[in-house]
Design a protein around this ligand. Structure first.
Ligand code: DP6
Length: 329
């Protein structure tokens, strides 16, 4: 009745931005991401006595409010699947450095999904685990497997065809590197969940975003298959710009860009002109994530520092979410 799992975060090169179903977390469009090591979250789940309340501890603190609700939602889905009517204890710890510049929620819900299913005695199933992780946070469905994953939007109202599948394992292109450039440590003002809802509801560009993002997925897969870093980098940049443009066109406008973000993005373009193969992507926050190859990682880190990044986090293609023998309690 007890299990522990570890999962990595992921960075989307074709972003997920907007839900067609808020309750089930079903997206308007498909998305594609790279799973990132060495950052990871470990989570232990134990089902106890029937009728006991769930106890949830995240990074040393008891979870409350919407954080707790999201975890309980995933635990409830596992109770329904397994027929267990027991309360659970969950302890979760991320080894993200302070202000890693990347959200840990994708890794956290992927680790929770895998640990909770195993603790309930359910056989491993990447499709079911991906759907379960999605109920906690959409992007988490792409952290069940390593390498490059595609979250197919699906068409069913019950969400059973909306989950992520691995397109390439972490060993397909081991030289790929993603460097998080931390330009601001401040908490973002508008959470992804609220920002995407506001964009869907008010941006006149939203329909164009959906159509374009969907069409980019097969192109991204083709560029990854051929290890074409230039074409993939250009695609990642235009997809990030288009997501942010869609949000900038919302009413009132929504901007995640800060002066330091733009300084870094401009420096990346100059570095490219000087011969360093580097491209950026940007989630719903101020910290760009830089795409390059291992041979240029040092040069890219220098570029990021010169352009004002206070710190950087070096990442490479990560593997699947896995069960661990050692428990957190
Ligand atoms: C910009 O998965 O955090 O990082 O489903 O509401 O929990 P919820 O949102 P979340 O949004 C991620 C948005 C993004 C793009 C991406 O990761 O695809």
């Amino acid at each position: 009745m007890k299990a522990t799992a570890q999962a990595h975060p992921n960075i989307a090169l074709v972003k997920y931005w907007g839900k067609r179903d808020e309750a089930l977390i079903l997206p308007h469009q498909s998305s594609l991401s790279l799973t990132l090591a060495p950052l990871a979250v470990r989570t232990t789940v134990e089902f106890g006595a029937p009728g006991e309340p769930d106890r949830v501890e995240i990074n040393g603190r008891q979870a409350k409010g919407s954080d707790l609700d999201r975890v309980v939602r995933v635990l409830d889905a596992v109770r329904t699947e397994s027929g267990l009517e027991r309360g659970a204890q969950m302890v979760s710890r991320g080894d993200f450095p302070e202000a890693a510049g990347l959200a840990s929620s994708a890794a956290a819900f992927a680790a929770l999904a895998v640990a909770a299913r195993a603790a309930a005695g359910l056989a491993p199933d990447t499709r079911v685990a991906s759907i379960l992780a999605r109920l906690g946070s959409g992007s988490a469905c792409r952290s069940i497997q390593g390498g490059v994953c595609v979250w197919e939007r699906g068409t069913r109202a019950d969400g059973q065809d909306s989950f992520a599948r691995q397109a390439f394992s972490a060993t397909h292109w081991p030289e790929l590197r993603m460097l998080v450039a931390v330009v601001s440590r401040e908490e973002k003002e508008v959470k992804s969940r609220d920002g995407m809802r506001h964009t869907v509801e008010t941006s006149p560009y939203y329909a164009a975003w959906v159509k374009d993002a969907e069409a980019e997925i097969p192109r991204a897969l083709d560029f990854i298959a051929h290890k074409d870093i230039e074409a993939l980098g250009a695609l990642a940049e235009r997809n990030a710009w288009r997501m942010h443009c869609t949000s900038l066109a919302a009413d009132p406008p929504l901007s995640y860009l800060q002066p330091g973000t733009l300084a870094l993005i401009n420096r990346v373009r100059r570095a490219r002109e000087e011969g360093v193969p580097v491209w950026f992507t940007l989630d719903a926050g101020p910290n760009p994530v830089l795409l390059t190859l291992s041979a240029h990682e040092d040069a890219v880190e220098r570029v990021a520092r010169e352009a004002g990044a206070a710190s950087t986090v070096r990442c490479y293609p990560g593997g699947d979410a896995v069960l661990l023998r050692e428990h957190l309690f």
